[in-house]
Every structure is written in C-alpha cells, then in structure tokens.
Design a binder for this molecule. Structure first.
Ligand code: PMP
Length: 295
C-alpha cells in the first residue's frame, strides 16, 4: 500500500505531500466544525458521479452561507492531479472546505475570511466479493444528531459516537431512529425491501441525500424494480425481507443481522444480488471510461 503521507495533497492552491500539509490552529473548521466535505470514490482512477458530488458540495456550502471557492472545472482538475498518482487504481477522494482561519475565536462569522480548501486521496481496497456476500451486522440507536443532516458537515460527533457503540456491540453500522422512524446509518443511507417493494426514506433535512442512494434509485427505475420513497418505521425494519445500506465507501451492502436477529433468511437477499450486480456493472463501465449516470 502507498505511504499515504507521501501522496500529494491539495491545500489552498498548492500541491504538497499530505504529511507536510498544515492548517492554522485558528481554522474555524477545527474550532467550530464550521466546514463541509465530500468523499468521491474513483474507480480505475476515474471519479464516480463527480457531477453529483460537486452539486451536493454547492448545496452544502450554500446552506452554511459560503460560496464554492473553486469552479467545478477547477475541482475536476484537482481530482485529476490527485488521482493521477495512482493511475488505474480504485481510490477515494476526500475534500473539505472550511470557513477559514481567523485570529479572533468567536461564533460570529467574520466578514473577511478566506476559506481553507483541501483535498487528498486514499487507496480504496478492491471490492471483496466474498465478504460482500457475507453481509453486515447493524444495531439501531437513537438519532441524537441536529436537524440539518442534509448538509454534509464535518461536525460528525454524534455519528462518531454512534459508530463507536456499534463497534462495541460487534456491529458494522448503526441505523439511527428519530421519532420512531429509521432515517439512515451513521455514514450510509437506508433501504428496505418489503414484499418486493424497495423503500428508502424521502429526502428531508433529517438525512443526507446520498449519491449512492440516488444511483440505486436510478438503477431500480431502469431495471423496472418497484420502489418508493416513504418513511420506514423502526418496527418495519424487523419485518423487512431485506435491508441495505449504501454509501460511496460501502457501495450497496446487505444487512444480514439487525439487533442480533437475522434479517429475512439471514443472508443477502435476491433483490440485493440483482442491485449489487447492476452497481458493479456501473463501476466497470466507468473503468472503461463510460460515465455512469453522471450529468
Ligand atoms: N448518510 C450519511 C450520514 C453519510 O455520512 C453518508 C456517507 N457520506 C451517506 C449517507 C452516504 O452518502 P454517499 O452515498 O454520497 O456516500
């Protein structure tokens, strides 16, 4: 595996080894979590659904009263420069835009402040098909996050603590329950399959509009799989035939155990097998240079 700190990162217009990139201790991203981010997978060195990620970045920035400091073309140039270090390899691009460093620590947003802009890549381990077939285990936990989970903010303490509890309980992820409804995972979106219908909670300020989630919905539409965006009660999870969690990192993962009890047959379900194949085909097309459902 590449020495991650030796890989070149982007910081405020410069390219330098990641281990040497520094931000000031007065950066508001550090002091207040006053910052947003994106994670863009790149398959065969090619960023996946990059247009969608950049649009979501624009929305996150607008929601925290910031302009995008780079144009989409400039971001794409940064991604090309970074991913070019691991040509042809699967990798993950991380980018973050903070409000910037400001000498006075105050909640007040300074009138004159320059954003901190950074991006770096990490190698993405190749998909382990056997492991994917084993599925993942999840627990449910109370959703103690704020009410703007649609913003991809770096203030992720509630997510981090929920994930820690999941790990402690031998689970891979936690599904978060707000007012009796299952919203999403700590770092993933939620789907259930019930009587042949694929269901995911509707877009709202209580969950992240996942790029992988949208792709799954597009693939379902294309393949004629009946689907709906509808609230999922916590109790619905217990009777679901299948549960999936989706993210740029996890792709489409089948949940085989919920709170210690098997989901459906206790093995990844039939519809998951179909969707996973469609998703993998999409990745494969991108590796050949054909964009997958990107604008
Ligand atoms: N929900 C949350 C809370 C997340 O952190 C993520 C991963 N960034 C997702 C959903 C999935 O989003 P995406 O498919 O864009 O990775």
């Amino acid at each position: 595996m590449a020495d991650r700190d030796a890989l070149i990162a982007y910081l405020n217009g410069e390219y330098l080894p990641r281990g040497e990139a520094r931000v000031p201790i007065t950066d508001r991203g550090l002091l207040f979590g006053d910052s947003v981010y994106e994670v863009v997978p790149a398959y065969g060195g090619r960023p996946f659904r990059v247009g969608h990620h950049l649009q979501r970045l624009d929305r996150s920035l607008a929601a925290i009263r910031m302009d995008n400091p780079l144009s989409h073309a400039e971001w794409r140039q940064v991604f090309d420069r970074l991913t070019g270090q691991l040509p042809g390899q699967d990798q993950s691009i991380y980018l973050q835009v903070t409000r910037g460093a400001y000498p006075k620590r105050s909640h007040v947003i300074p009138a004159e402040v320059h954003p901190t802009v950074l991006a770096f890549i990490s190698p993405k381990p190749p998909r382990d098909a056997e492991k994917a077939q084993q599925g993942i285990r999840v627990i449910t936990l109370d959703d103690i996050r704020w009410h703007r989970c649609d913003i991809k903010a770096t203030a992720l303490l509630a997510n981090v603590l929920a994930r820690a509890q999941a790990t402690e309980e031998g689970a891979d992820e936690a599904i978060l329950i707000r007012d009796g409804a299952a919203m999403e995972g700590t770092a993933s979106n939620l789907f259930v399959v019930s009587n042949g219908l694929l269901i995911t909670p509707p877009d709202s300020e209580e969950l992240l509009p996942g790029i992988t989630r949208d792709l799954v919905l597009e693939l379902a539409q294309e393949a004629g799989v009946p689907f709906a965006q509808a609230a999922i009660d916590a109790a619905d999870l217990e009777t679901a035939d299948e549960i999936w969690l989706t993210s740029s990192t996890r792709e489409v993962s089948a949940v085989v155990e919920l709170n210690g009890r098997p989901v459906g047959s206790g093995r990844p379900g039939e519809l998951w097998q179909r969707m996973d194949a469609l998703f993998q085909a999409c990745k494969e097309r991108l590796r050949q240079g054909v964009e997958c459902h990107d604008d």
